[in-house]
Design a protein around this ligand. Structure first.
Ligand SMILES: [Zn+2]
Length: 393
């Protein structure tokens, strides 16, 4: 095995052609070889390009290009692997006329030239999500999962705003927004999906405008209401998972109990002042919100952001961590924050992870929790009283 030489050195001794020149000569007695991996080739390749992955080059190139005097143009993703392959072919395999396409298929596509692409996405979508589909862990298959995902955001505020922006950019196909509030000037310090000229506009409407401007692939569903015991099952029914950015405890407990009943994952975060926390609750796979917090804190120990203030950037960090969890769950990749509570201290820039377990005594997801008959599904305790009760309890 040759040692790995710096790419600049290799570039200096091979011929490189830019995509425009490559396009001119391709097809004219030129062998076009794709030096990437199979999954990249499947996602998109140049018409007429034959795949020879780098590791197989020495063994297979003679099969693909038997005549060593034939003109060969190599390409890869960005031009590095094809430069190394061109060098190998000329210096060790006896080929005489090899060029590497500078910038690879990325530059080719950026120049607007056509590719043969995977099924299931439009040409615009292939371009828009190419930096996702190039990741082997995501690929076209993962992006299609995102495009088919339906995610409900509870709250279009400090957490929901950044989460919604990035989920929309990522191509989550359906985003539901629950919020009954209107944009206020004091929101704009952190609720970046809204804008100064939208003060007074319903938050769901403002968020929808921004999302549609960012990514027309996303279907935005407005739920201009407050989640309550009467509407929650109808609202969450159509979604695969939920982002909890609620600003009050009654809604958090209601959402938890309803999502456990319907077995929908909830990515839950909360923020106050300079600190945030986040966990992913997947019913029966890990703890639920009540396993962590069997009872709400008394109101005097649970000030709202309105009363206590919040660092806008910290809210953004937490909302994006929620979006990151959603992407992983929807694409089926990575390791979700199940059974883990992640704390973020923005002043110290410290993350702390706590292991959290299911509570065998949990009244909602514990083994002794009562089975809920169909007729009782939509009935929930009085959460306002439950949370207010904590004050005197
Ligand atoms: Zn529980």
């Amino acid at each position: 095995m040759a040692t790995i030489e710096p790419i600049e050195l290799i570039r200096s001794r091979i011929e490189e052609v830019d995509p425009a020149d490559a396009r001119e000569e391709i097809g004219d007695g030129v062998a076009l070889v794709d030096t990437r991996e199979q999954h990249e080739y499947d996602e998109a390749h140049l018409e007429g390009g034959t795949l020879v992955p780098p590791a197989e080059l020495a063994d297979r190139i003679a099969e693909v290009v038997p005549d060593r005097s034939q003109r060969v143009v190599l390409y890869c993703r960005s031009g590095d692997r094809s430069a190394r392959a061109a060098d190998l072919m000329e210096s060790e395999l006896g080929y005489e006329d090899v060029a590497s396409m500078a910038g690879g298929i990325v530059a080719w596509q950026d120049a607007g030239y056509p590719v043969v692409a995977a099924q299931g996405m439009t040409k615009d979508q292939r371009m828009r999500y190419s930096r996702h589909t190039l990741l082997p862990e995501v690929g076209v298959e993962g992006q299609l999962k995102l495009l088919n995902a339906k995610v409900l955001l509870v709250g279009a505020g400090g957490l929901g705003s950044p989460a919604a922006l990035y989920l929309a950019a990522a191509g989550i196909g359906t985003l539901g927004l629950v919020d009954d509030d209107e944009v206020d000037a004091s929101n704009l310090q952190r609720q970046v999906i809204h804008a100064t000229d939208r003060v007074g506009m319903p938050k769901t409407e403002s968020a929808k405008l921004t999302i549609e401007h960012l990514n027309p692939d996303v279907d935005v569903v407005e739920h201009r209401t407050r989640l309550d015991a009467d509407n929650i099952l109808d609202i969450i029914e159509g979604y695969d998972m939920i982002v909890d950015g609620a600003d009050n405890f009654p809604t958090r407990y209601l959402l938890n109990d309803a999502s456990v009943r319907t077995r929908k994952p909830v990515v839950s975060a909360s923020i106050l002042a300079f600190d945030g926390q986040i966990s992913t609750f997947v019913p029966y796979e890990g703890p639920c919100y009540r396993c962590l917090y069997p009872t709400p804190p008394p109101p005097e120990l649970a000030p709202s952001c309105g009363a206590a203030g919040v660092l806008g950037v910290m809210a953004g960090v937490m909302g994006l961590l929620q979006a990151n969890e959603v992407i992983k769950l929807a694409a089926g990749i990575g390791e979700p924050l199940i059974g883990r509570l992640l704390l973020y201290d923005s002043l110290g820039t410290r993350f702390t992870e706590l292991k959290v377990k299911r509570d065998p005594e949990c009244p909602i997801c514990g083994p002794d929790a009562p089975e809920i008959p169909e007729s009782e599904m939509g009935r929930f305790p009085d959460y306002d009283a439950f949370c207010a009760g904590a004050a005197v309890g």
